[in-house]
Design a binder for this molecule. Structure first.
Ligand code: HEM
Ligand SMILES: *[C@@H]1O[C@H](CO)[C@@H](O)[C@H](O)[C@H]1NC(C)=O
Ligand SMILES: *[C@@H]1O[C@H](CO)[C@@H](O)[C@H](O)[C@H]1NC(C)=O
Ligand SMILES: *[C@@H]1O[C@H](CO)[C@@H](O)[C@H](O)[C@H]1NC(C)=O
Ligand SMILES: *[C@@H]1O[C@H](CO)[C@@H](O)[C@H](O)[C@H]1NC(C)=O
Ligand SMILES: *[C@@H]1O[C@H](CO)[C@@H](O)[C@H](O)[C@H]1NC(C)=O
Ligand SMILES: *[C@@H]1O[C@H](CO)[C@@H](O)[C@H](O)[C@H]1NC(C)=O
Ligand SMILES: *[C@@H]1O[C@H](CO)[C@@H](O)[C@H](O)[C@H]1NC(C)=O
Length: 378
């Protein structure tokens, strides 16, 4: 199993080195990049050998269709749910690994949890109620089997498919963490005002490379952002002027949605052309300077950087984008996973199991609260 892990690492290094080399010595040719991406992601290797797409084959064989049915049903009245669920998985994985720490609510007892959901500034995550609905349905079919972390990962893939994006075999077997860390959420999650240098180092800290950064940013082909996330670009980016990397006609459109000193809770679509469809228009938007966040546009509008050719490749070749997106989602889904006997299978995704706390911290848990309470109905 270690050998497989090592091969995957070598492939990634080779890929990066080849791109670097290619750029320096021969010029950066998008078609070649596309071919390379297709070749390399073709290997069915996972960087975490302990996860396995057939993990629930015997214990909860129908888990994927259960998750799909709930999301499909919710999407009839809330088409944005695909975007929100994909984003939840990202925010989970970047803080303490993909361990469902993002789902934990504030609690004082039996252990102090400072929920990552309140990370700043105004992360405005949504879909928590839908995850709970999925968990309840899954628990009804297979009680105590499927982790909340796996539900988030499956939901991200199913949302991609239902939104028109790629499908892939989702490695499973994650277990749920026993804590959250809001400080770490504020530190690890990238800001929409980041420049390319900051984005690259933010992703590198999670073991993700430049191709991962460009491919995963493509999730911004669906969903919405609050005016609070873009106001400074529109009115006061640089000495009272708008962000110079913003298309001037798009700037006017966005100012209608987000007037100066207007309600910060208004929403703008990430993709002005096909807002609810998971496609490669994100990249053609960047070519027209229509990235919604500064952190989107810097992938294309920073002078002389390696991300420009990757954007051009994905803009002209949707298959190349989809293949890279799948590979990078699997890689992101492997970050810091808990497996085997680590962590637990939560009964209710917003709280750690009391049983665990009872065993572990028996001396500090008041007797009457060890059996009753918020998780007892599951
Ligand atoms: C590259 C660095 C990234 C930055 C700086 C960033 C930042 C943001 C911001 C500021 C919002 C809007 C929040 C709001 O105003 O409500 C947002 C939304 C979103 N992000 Fe990202 N993000 C990044 C990467 C990712 C990744 C890797 C994914 C998933 C693979 C992702 C998926 C999404 C989705 C789907 C939405 C829309 C959610 C909805 O409509 O509910 N983002 N992101
Ligand atoms: C699997 O789940 C789907 C959707 O909830 C349901 O229609 C189907 O009957 C289930 N199949 C089995 C074998 O339980
Ligand atoms: C579908 O959603 C409706 C509410 O929008 C709910 O009443 C119903 O129970 C849901 N069905 C399933 C199978 O989740
Ligand atoms: C968890 O916290 C959210 C707010 O962050 C709240 O809406 C939700 O009701 C809480 N869930 C439970 C089960 O208490
Ligand atoms: C949360 O993470 C920060 C930054 O790594 C660390 O300093 C702090 O001790 C952590 N807090 C908890 C409660 O683990
Ligand atoms: C990116 O932002 C950081 C932090 O503000 C700054 O130190 C750095 O010079 C910036 N890099 C570029 C290339 O603009
Ligand atoms: C966060 O949201 C509140 C209430 O909607 C708003 O007043 C505040 O300006 C927002 N902060 C940021 C940094 O967007
Ligand atoms: C700005 O957008 C328009 C279409 O809305 C497009 O024709 C134009 O080329 C874009 N400008 C730049 C600098 O990309």
């Amino acid at each position: 199993m270690n050998i497989i892990t090592k091969i995957e690492c070598n492939i990634n290094n080779t890929k990066t080195q080849f791109l670097e080399h290619h750029k320096q010595k021969m010029g950066f040719i998008p078609v070649t990049v596309a071919a390379l991406l297709v070749i390399f992601v073709g290997f069915p290797l996972s960087s975490n050998a302990e996860l396995d797409p057939s993990f629930y084959k015997d214990t909860c064989p129908n888990v994927s269709s259960i998750v799909r049915e709930v999301i499909k049903n919710v999407s009839k009245s809330d088409p944005r749910i695909f975007a929100s669920l994909i984003r939840l998985h990202f925010h989970d994985c970047f803080v303490l690994g993909c361990d469902a720490s993002i789902l934990l609510n504030n609690t004082d007892t039996p252990t102090k949890i400072e929920s990552e959901q309140q990370d700043s500034p105004n992360s405005s995550l949504r879909g928590f109620d839908v995850v709970n609905q999925i968990k309840t349905t899954v628990e009804n079919a297979c009680p105590g089997i499927v982790s909340c972390a796996d539900i988030l990962t499956l939901s991200a893939e199913i949302s991609s498919v239902l939104g028109g994006g790629p499908n892939w075999e989702v490695p499973l077997g994650r277990r749920d963490g026993l804590t959250a860390n809001r400080t770490l959420a504020n530190l690890n999650l990238p800001s929409g005002l980041f420049n390319l240098t900051q984005l690259k180092s933010n992703f590198a800290a999670q073991g993700l490379n430049t191709i991962d950064l460009v491919a995963l940013s493509g999730a911004h082909t669906i969903g919405k952002a609050h005016c609070s996330s873009i106001n400074s670009r529109l009115f006061n980016f640089n000495n009272g002027k708008p962000d110079p990397t913003l298309n001037t006609s798009y700037l006017q459109t966005l100012r209608n949605t987000c007037p100066n000193n207007g309600p910060e809770s208004n929403l703008a679509n990430f993709d002005p052309t096909t807002p609810d469809t998971f496609d490669n228009n994100y990249y053609s938007n960047l070519q027209e300077k229509k990235g919604l966040l500064h952190s989107d546009q810097v992938l294309f509008s920073t002078a002389d950087v390696d991300t420009i050719s990757i954007v051009n490749t994905f803009a002209s070749n949707q298959d190349a984008f989809f293949e890279s997106f799948k590979a990078s989602m699997i890689k992101m889904g492997n970050i810091g996973v808990l497996t085997g006997k680590n962590g637990e299978i939560r009964k209710q995704c917003n709280f750690i199991n009391k049983k665990f706390v009872e065993n572990d911290l028996a001396s500090v848990v008041p007797k009457e609260s060890s059996e009753e309470g918020m998780v007892s109905s599951f």
